[in-house]
Write a protein that binds this ligand. Structure first.
Ligand code: PLP
Length: 396
């Protein structure tokens, strides 16, 4: 008999996967262009051309043994030096290779960091709405997720509720800005308040409460919005970063954990991240994709398509009577379902061949997520279906 919990995790698909798989089947039945699949956050623009050029250069010019060989468990030293310099150039920080641990995307970064920091039965605060896999990662690390809803007017934290939720059992809080699924970006003021609260609570309970900042969408912002860099606000911050979305490389599994030197017990925390990476088997992140980073790490795939899609979708849907907070970043629109039960709403949407994700697994009820990392033409074709769906509710 395998471990029951793992069996269940393997058998029960996430609601995102479930909609995506249904979409694949439906496309075979009625034709690719008749299904409006907004289920999954798979980037719809190619990686920057420099990525392909650098891959070709490495594959043709670099020594294949070192190119494809094991790197150090923490990642290639020259790569970590280059990535640290890139972060420093953008954010005015002073990181070194020793602050970085290369990993297999943000999922591995989060899993390793949670395993490194959270002991059995310790609580990890999740601000809803949140990326559904957080609950899986926290529980696998032995922790207990504690869900705290954000203010629905702007999806910024509700500080009263957040303060109440932090107890002597709290070990960490996960933030994600720009947010999947709301698209909200945490402002400097919000980060200052989070830092003040965590400083106060850490002192009160005589322990460090860590801030885990999950940042796969850091570069995907619109209308000149900036995403404040988190570590200067609170030294006990660990950054989990991924190139999946910024470079459109989700299948290549490359990212990093960043532990600032100002972190209390820095050496112990960094060692614990290395230890967790070792225990979980996340050592030696893909060598080829590590090695493109010195040349490509600061590039971003073309955001113009996402910016256009966001405008089109937000303006069209709100004109039809849908309610949504205008997203500042990522590539999701989080829309209020037109009935209380978001699952029932998604079922009705399916009848119009619209594949949306109900919000329950994001820790909040009554919304749907629309991933607009798709061809603009798909959105244009889908608008009549969104209109017909809205009319079902508007005319009883
Ligand atoms: N965190 C958030 C908020 C995400 O949306 C995703 C993926 O969609 C991940 C983490 C996992 O990213 P990766 O593909 O780099 O593992």
């Amino acid at each position: 008999m395998p471990v029951k919990r793992m069996q269940q995790l393997g058998e029960v698909r996430s609601v995102i996967r479930e909609q995506f798989d249904y979409g694949m089947k439906r496309k075979q039945e009625i034709g690719e262009d008749k299904v409006f699949d907004f289920s999954i956050g798979n980037p719809s623009v190619p990686p920057p051309p420099e990525v392909t050029a650098e891959l070709v250069r490495l594959l043709t010019e670099a020594d294949p043994l070192s190119l494809h060989g094991y790197t150090p468990a923490t990642g290639d030293r020259a790569v970590r030096e280059a990535v640290a310099a890139q972060i420093n150039a953008v954010h005015g920080t002073a990181f070194k290779a020793e602050n970085l641990y290369m990993t297999v995307g943000a999922a591995a970064s989060l899993s390793a960091v949670l395993s490194a920091l959270v002991d059995r039965e310790e609580e990890v605060v999740l601000l809803a709405p949140y990326f559904p896999e957080y609950t899986v990662f926290v529980q696998t690390a032995g922790g207990v997720p504690v869900v705290v809803p954000c203010c629905e007017a702007d999806f910024q934290p509700d500080f009263e509720k957040l303060a109440e939720s932090i107890t002597e059992k709290t070990r960490a809080i996960i933030i994600n800005s720009p947010n999947n699924p709301s698209g909200a970006v945490l402002s400097e003021d919000t980060l200052r308040k989070i830092a003040a609260l965590l400083t106060e609570k850490s002192a009160k309970y005589g322990k460090t409460i860590y801030l885990i900042s999950d940042e796969p969408y850091r570069e995907l912002v619109y209308d000149g919005v900036t995403v404040p860099f988190v570590t200067p606000f609170y030294p006990a911050t660990v950054v989990c970063y991924s190139y999946s979305k910024s470079l459109s490389l989700p299948g290549e599994r490359i990212g990093y954990v960043l532990v600032p030197s100002e972190m209390p017990d820095f050496a112990a925390v960094y060692a614990a991240v290395c230890g967790a990476g070792r225990a979980l088997g996340y050592v030696c992140a893909p060598s080829l994709f590590q090695k493109i980073l010195p040349y490509c790490g600061t590039l971003t795939a073309d955001r113009a398509v996402y910016a256009r899609n966001r405008e089109l979708l937000y303006n069209s849907l709100t004109a039809m009577g849908y309610t949504a907070v205008r997203p500042d970043g990522a590539f999701y629109l989080f829309v209020k379902a037109m009935e209380e039960d978001a699952n029932a709403f998604c079922e009705k949407a399916r009848k119009h061949e619209l594949l949306l994700v109900p919000s329950d697994d994001f820790g909040i009820k009554g919304y749907v997520r629309i991933a607009y990392c798709v061809d603009t033409a798909l959105i244009e074709r889908a608008l009549p279906a969104f209109e017909a769906l809205a009319k079902e509710y508007q005319h009883g």
